[in-house]
Each structure stands twice: as structure tokens, then as C-alpha cells.
Design a protein around this ligand. Structure first.
Ligand code: HEC
Length: 257
């Protein structure tokens, strides 16, 4: 009996301890209290990039103006601004002279870096997640010099994609539509060749090989088309109608030829 009482008390002391610890961390989280910390993490793909005090990735928003956030309401729910009370703490690797703050319309204070207001992304679950990188071509990780990471590359890729879709449409109507149909949904009598919704198109190199070397009843087009035309028409069929499989690069075509 005595034993039972003692262990009960042990349990309730432990529970009280857990309760106190939880309430303290909850209060901390709710108030976002105190100064924010900006640090640096390293990724194999993106190199050095800024993170908050908990190691979560920080992003800039290309629609912002220097020192002024344009992200409110639904935007700010998806991309919570990095808020601070008092001076921002620069962890190792961060250029403290680039840190600053901007006041939001609700009076809270957001951290800036090189003038860019900083944000986290709700779909990043843990330190090291970079789910927000490149989203809508306006959200980018920030390097320690204050530049968005990968902006130029994605602009280049966007330009190539648009040019390939354009050229690809012309190649398609000249060489392919006769069998596959203008809408990619024409079935040949003996062999199905419906490209709209054809899931094997997700395999870029298989698609390129079919175009270059032919496949079954489909004639080889390799001799008639340049590498660029092959990449363009492959990009076109992979991203027309209901298809959405992304760019086929010139390098991928060269690898097949
Ligand atoms: C003479 C008719 C004909 C022409 C012209 C033609 N195709 Fe095809 N294509 C077919 C047929 C038939 C198939 C199904 C092949 C099979 O698997 O037997 C096919 C299959 C494909 C596939 C799927 C290959 C796979 O991975 O299974 C792609 C991609 C494709 N064609 C793209 C093109 C493109 C791009 C062009 C123009 C450059 C083109 N085709 C021209 C008849 C044609």
C-alpha cells in the first residue's frame, strides 16, 4: 500500500514536470518570443543556404520589394514570415551586415537579409527539407551572400521549355500528327498510339529512343530530325494535352544518339 502511494506520487511529479516543460515550449512557440536566429546549412544540391534557429530552410519571395513584404493572408499562412523581437542573431556563416528587419502591416517585425524579407514554408517538416525551393518560380533558398539560389538556372530552363514547346508543336504537326492526331488521341487501326495520357512518356529516354529509332509500326524519325528537333518534339508530346512530364534536354537526346 505504501509502495503504491509512493509510486503514484512519483508518477504525478513526473506528469507535472512534463506538463511544465510542454507549457513552457508552447508559450515560446506561440509568442515567437525573443530575437530570431539566422544560420547556414549546407546541401549537396544547393550549397550553403540560410536557415532559422531551428534549422528550417528560409526562402525569399521574388514578388517582394527590397525591405518590404508583399506576402499576406493566405500567402503568409503557407509561407510564415521569420519574425523577431529585438536584434536578430547571426549564427556562424551568416554575414551580419546583411541582416535587417521590416515592419509588417500587423506591427510584427520580419527579418530581412540583403533586403529580402525571409520566410519558412509550411510543407517543410524538418531541418534539411527544401520543399519550397523554386515553387511557382518565385520562392527560392537564399545563399549567404543574399542571392536567391537557382533563379538564373530556372529562368534558363523556363526559356528553353517555351522554345521547345514552340518548335516541338511545328515538328509534331509536320511529322507526327498524321498518325497520332492533332490532339494526341488518334488510335491507329492495328496499334494504339494514343499519346494523351500515355504514362510511359514519363520515361524521357524511352520516348527519345522511340522517336529516333522508331518502335513497332512507328517509323524512325532520327534521320529527318536534328537533336534539337527531337528534344523539342519529345518535350512537346510529354507536356501537351493532359501530359505533364517536363523538359527533355538536348543532352538527353545526345545521350541516345
Ligand atoms: C506512321 C505512323 C506514325 C508516325 C508518323 C509517328 N508515330 Fe509515334 N507511334 C506510332 C505507333 C503505331 C506507335 C505505337 C508503337 C508500338 O509500341 O507498337 C507509336 C508510339 C509512339 C510513342 C510511344 C513510344 C513508347 O514509349 O511506347 C511516342 C512517344 C511517339 N510515338 C511519338 C511520336 C512522335 C514525336 C512522332 C513524330 C516525330 C511520331 N511518333 C510519329 C505511329 C507513328
Amino acid at each position: 500500500m505504501l509502495q503504491l502511494v509512493r509510486s503514484n506520487r512519483g508518477v504525478s511529479v513526473l506528469a507535472l514536470g512534463i506538463f511544465l516543460a510542454l507549457s513552457l515550449s508552447l508559450v515560446g512557440a506561440l509568442a515567437q518570443g525573443g530575437p530570431a536566429t539566422v544560420g547556414v546549412d549546407e546541401s549537396d544540391v544547393y550549397g550553403a543556404y540560410l536557415v532559422d534557429g531551428g534549422g528550417m530552410s528560409l526562402y525569399l519571395f521574388l514578388d517582394d520589394s527590397p525591405g518590404e513584404s508583399a506576402c499576406y493572408d493566405a500567402c503568409a499562412s503557407a509561407w510564415p514570415p521569420l519574425l523577431t523581437e529585438g536584434d536578430v542573431i547571426a549564427a556562424e556563416g551568416v554575414d551580419a551586415s546583411l541582416l535587417g528587419t521590416t515592419e509588417r502591416t500587423d506591427g510584427t517585425v520580419q527579418v530581412t537579409y540583403g533586403g529580402w524579407p525571409l520566410y519558412t514554408f509550411v510543407r517543410d517538416d524538418a531541418a534539411g527539407d527544401v520543399v519550397g525551393q523554386g515553387v511557382n518560380d518565385v520562392w527560392y533558398l537564399v545563399d549567404p551572400s543574399g542571392e536567391g539560389i537557382g533563379i538564373a538556372a530556372s529562368e534558363d530552363e523556363g526559356a528553353t521549355f517555351a522554345a521547345f514547346m514552340d518548335l516541338g508543336a511545328r515538328v509534331y504537326s509536320r511529322h507526327c500528327a498524321v498518325c497520332h492526331g492533332d490532339e494526341g488521341n488518334q488510335a491507329l487501326a492495328s496499334h494504339t498510339a494514343i499519346l494523351d495520357g500515355y504514362r510511359r512518356l514519363n520515361d524521357a529516354s524511352r520516348t527519345v529512343r522511340a522517336i529516333v529509332n522508331g518502335r513497332g509500326y512507328m517509323p524512325a524519325a532520327g534521320a529527318d530530325l536534328t537533336d534539337e528537333e527531337v528534344a523539342a518534339v519529345a518535350t512537346f508530346v510529354r507536356n501537351s494535352w493532359s501530359n505533364d512530364h517536363g523538359l527533355v534536354s538536348l543532352e538527353e537526346v545526345e545521350a541516345v544518339r
